[in-house]
Design a protein around this ligand. Sequence first.
Ligand code: PMV
Length: 325
Amino acid sequence: MKASAKAHTNIALIKYWGKRDESLILPMNNSLSLTLDGFYTTTTVDFRESLTEDSFYLNDQLVSGVEYERVTSFLDLIRKYAGKPNLFAEVHSTNYVPTAAGFASSASGFAALATAAAKSLGLKISDEELSILTRQGSGSACRSIYGGFVEWEKGDRSDGSDSYAIQVAPANHWDIRVAAVVLSSSAKKVLSREGMKRTVDTSAYYSSWVESIPDDLSNIKEGIKNRDFAKVGEIAEANCLRMHATTLAANPPFTYWRDTTLAVMQTVQELRENGVSAYFTIDAGPNVKVLYLPENEETIQSTLREIPGVDDVIASRAGQGVSYI
Ligand code: PMV
């Protein structure tokens, strides 16, 4: 049966940084994100008896190599789960995530793939099970199953059966906006997988990072519940800075920041000094995401666009969870 699904990417306000199990993708810490409606992936999966291997098309191009391997290993997992280990699929994906925006398309990509694949195999699974499956394709993707504010519970079990995402508040709870600030040169040097491993293994600050999470989480959830923008923004910004501090204390040390990354961070702090409420967060790359409220949309957009080295500013609202199309 052929099935199509759509999934949005998400931005972490409390970061997932570090795995306790590399192959099952089990995190060291809980994380919390906002699903974004501006950036998404649509995927069609067709499992057919007549196929002898999987094929994967991304934006109409046949994909091979590492990207193809990641998709087939994920399909292996889902085939096994469905008890149909010898059934292969044709997969067509379209990414509506501008690569330059610095959002990993893997979050929306694996959430859409898991949802369409499960449906194509006729699996009747709960969102919780879908999140568990998706997690094994890409960690942060397990949060994209849900819309709005989403927490990924790290879980305690070694088989990962309690490591999945849950919704904290739906997208319509609060109209909070995120601007993706695209820098002119933004090639990522240390992949998130590698960066996490190096920090867990060597960073002198890693244990402090893990210890700081429970307070951040309970405070940000209270802030979200009360729609307290300053509280949510302050916690998200500080959490991001702490995550990036772990990379500086790694061996060998590294950072995802460039000069323009710092320029954007400083501009956001200046905006606040001038009474415009805005906060930044940064993932495993040089681009910056800025959180703001709708009434400041124009000021935020025009101020960020003026920074030398900034190519584009792409705004997004809170988005919905996965859906069938
Ligand atoms: O799931 P991955 O491997 O793309 O890692 C995501 C890591 C961060 O983006 C830095 C943080 C997060 O929670 O999304």
